[in-house]
Ligand binder design. Structure first.
Ligand SMILES: O=C(O)[C@H](O)COP(=O)(O)O
Length: 199
């Protein structure tokens, strides 16, 4: 356990299409997504960490490589940071599965089971196991659902409590697991006081 800067990957081609990616690997970063990754990396310049661990999916790995180049840190991949398994919703339009009153919202509740989507608690467990393996100060490059799930866990929130959380592309969610604290959630600008924890 330790201190973790969870970063969602930059904008991907499939994000732009309003199509659910899930654990599919059909999509890399758009030019905008690359610029988002560079902007986040520049905010992190000067930090001292034990490594960058990335989901193996192209959109995340490309983000991690950009960050690694700016910080001069090698990137390792770990399957436990991969995006949620969406079952039958994979590569489908998000609005086919979400409440029409709230387009582009999250798939939650009973729909998850109907479409064979990965269990919320299982997703939390796999991210936590990655944190158990990588003890110290790390950047974890991952995806919307795992980041929302692990942050909710440390906030003591249920999945429904987290429905309103929007983890933006290339945003930072910082968790101090030793203190069981979420220091920021989906931040696109890093608080200098939080950055100091990584010097
Ligand atoms: O499309 C999905 O699976 C999610 O809504 C977003 O996934 P991403 O963080 O990998 O873009």
């Amino acid at each position: 356990m330790g201190k973790y800067i969870f970063i969602r990957h930059g904008e991907s081609n499939i994000n732009v299409l309003g199509v659910l990616s899930g654990d599919s690997d059909v999509s890399g970063l758009t030019e905008k997504g690359m610029a988002q990754a560079r902007r986040t990396a520049e905010q992190l310049s000067g930090i001292k960490i034990d490594g960058i661990i990335s989901s193996p999916l192209k959109r995340a790995f490309e983000t991690a490589k950009i960050i690694g180049e700016v910080l001069n840190i090698d990137v390792k991949t770990d399957e436990r940071l991969i995006e949620v398994n969406l079952g039958r919703a994979k590569e489908k339009k998000i609005n086919e599965f979400t409440n029409p009153l709230y387009p582009n919202s999250h798939i939650t509740g009973s729909i998850r089971n109907l479409i064979g989507m990965e269990d919320w608690d299982d997703m939390i467990s796999r991210v936590k196991s990655a944190m158990d393996i990588f003890n110290g100060k790390y950047i974890f490059v991952s995806h919307s659902d795992p980041i929302r799930a692990i942050a909710s866990y440390y906030l003591g929130w249920t999945e429904d409590d987290s429905f309103g959380i929007d983890i933006k592309n290339a945003s930072m969610t910082v968790i101090d697991s030793d203190k069981n604290k979420v220091l920021c959630l989906g931040a696109i600008n890093l608080d200098p006081e939080i950055k100091k924890l990584f010097y």
